[in-house]
Write a new protein. Structure first.
Ligand code: FAD
Ligand code: UDP
Length: 372
């Protein structure tokens, strides 16, 4: 038996929050991480004075005051407000769908004019219950916006026809009759000054926590199971069980990052390319997440290319359709027969969690584990 109380598999936000809270309670924790760095997908790295979001744009937003205060223990946040724009075949539109977007799309000026136009557009779905993402989008906002700002982006992102995708994906996007370009409705929002990695570093800083990077749980699975009394596993749950019930589906991504000899490439942190032809979904320009940081003659941009997932690829997004959710509940049944192991996080719980939700879920697991 090992001297540690816990083995935590994965040094992302879920694993780190759990390890931090366990150490606070005097527990001895070993954290293993298969990548060569900690922090999972929130990992940021400083390049030429700019914090580069290595795994895509990460904006912290929440309406949960407790979680906001919790994360602020580990970093000071700036007042960044996400206001992405959409580029559809060279035409620029504000996001999320708001009075600016409606003006750009239809020339409407007042909420009344916009509402009338949206109602006219939505009539196509009158009396019908939306059965898929396409129908949901049209019943929410109408065909014009669906065709230009949703269809191409969504089909690239998920690698499926919008008619085959579940409606819930699009419910995440707000529709507003105000000139408000804030992408999120949450009470709190920002980017940690100095990046996200420091948050996880501080969470793992306790003398009671040891961290090993470049270590894959599956290289020594049986050994770990026999040595550690308790294991928190934040990798993919289907892989843990050797895919014995079949594969869950994931969506992968390829990030293409470039440094450019210009001070300002696109004038905004996030630009979405919403047509079907452009192979990437968005370009992020990292310096715009912070204010006045970085070289005035240089910038770093990342193009985000959606990709099919095959075993061995990074599983960035769970694909929460009915088939996969049903299969996941079967894996949960197997998990119940393995009480030594707790499954957590975006991959262990197979859920499209944002950062605040992942921290909240980890704290819930902590409560359950330590019964307080
Ligand atoms: P992860 O960060 O994936 O951590 C799991 C860790 O476990 C990884 O480091 C992995 O390498 C490791 N691991 C897996 N298997 C093994 C193994 N066998 N052995 C050892 N280690 C293993 N959220 C927001 O709130 N705002 C945003 O703007 C936002 N943008 C996002 C953009 C993109 C492109 C993506 C992909 C996600 C975004 N998110 C955003 C979500 C956010 O990244 C997640 O909520 C959060 O990172 C999940 O934390 P986690 O610990 O569950 O998973
Ligand atoms: N979406 C879209 N057009 C956009 C941005 C998003 O159609 O310009 C859709 C797309 O289906 C996407 C979903 O809205 O998967 C959720 O978008 P969000 O920006 O919340 O996704 P994330 O940043 O988590 O990838």
């Amino acid at each position: 038996m090992s001297d540690y109380d816990y083995l935590v598999v994965g040094a992302g936000l879920f694993g780190a929050t759990f390890a931090y809270e366990a150490a606070k309670r005097g527990k001895h924790v070993m954290v293993i991480e298969k990548r060569d760095h900690i922090a999972g997908n929130v990992y940021t790295e400083e390049v030429d004075g700019i914090q580069v979001h290595k795994y895509g744009a990460h904006i912290f937003h929440t309406s949960n005051k407790h979680i906001w205060q919790y994360v602020n223990q580990f970093a000071e946040f700036n007042r960044y407000t996400n206001s992405p724009i959409a580029n559809y075949k060279g035409q620029i539109y504000n996001l999320p769908f708001n009075m600016n977007t409606f003006n750009e799309m239809w020339g409407t000026h007042t909420p009344e004019e916009a509402r009338a136009k949206i109602d006219e557009q939505r009539r196509e779905m009158a009396g019908k219950q939306p059965q898929n993402l396409e129908e949901q989008a049209i019943s929410l906002i109408g065909r014009d916006i669906y065709e230009k700002l949703i269809k191409g982006y969504t089909e690239k992102q998920w690698g499926q026809k919008a008619t085959a995708l579940p409606a819930f994906i699009i419910r995440r996007l707000p529709v507003r009759l105000t000139y408000n370009n804030n992408y999120f409705n949450d009470d709190y929002q920002g980017i940690p000054i100095g990046g996200y990695t420091q948050i996880v570093e501080k969470m793992l800083a306790s003398d009671l926590i040891d961290v090993e990077t470049g270590v894959d749980f599956f290289d020594h699975k049986q050994d770990y199971l026999s040595k550690y009394p308790r294991i928190l596993f934040t990798g993919t749950i289907d892989q843990f069980f050797g895919y014995q019930l079949g594969e869950l589906q994931y969506r992968s991504l390829r990030f293409d990052t470039k440094e450019l000899n210009t001070g300002n490439y696109q004038g905004n942190a996030v630009v979405n390319y919403t047509d079907a032809e452009t192979p990437y979904t968005r370009i992020i320009e990292h310096k715009h997440f912070e204010f006045g940081k970085g070289d005035k003659d240089k910038t770093i941009i990342t193009r985000e290319y959606p990709a099919d997932w095959h075993r061995g690829d990074e599983p960035y997004y769970p694909v929460n359709n009915q088939r996969n959710n049903t299969l996941y509940t079967k894996y949960q049944e197997l998990a119940k027969k393995q009480p030594q192991v707790i499954f957590g996080g975006r991959l262990g719980q197979y859920r499209y969690y944002n950062m605040d939700q992942v921290i909240a879920a980890a704290l819930k697991t902590v409560d359950k584990e330590f019964d307080n």
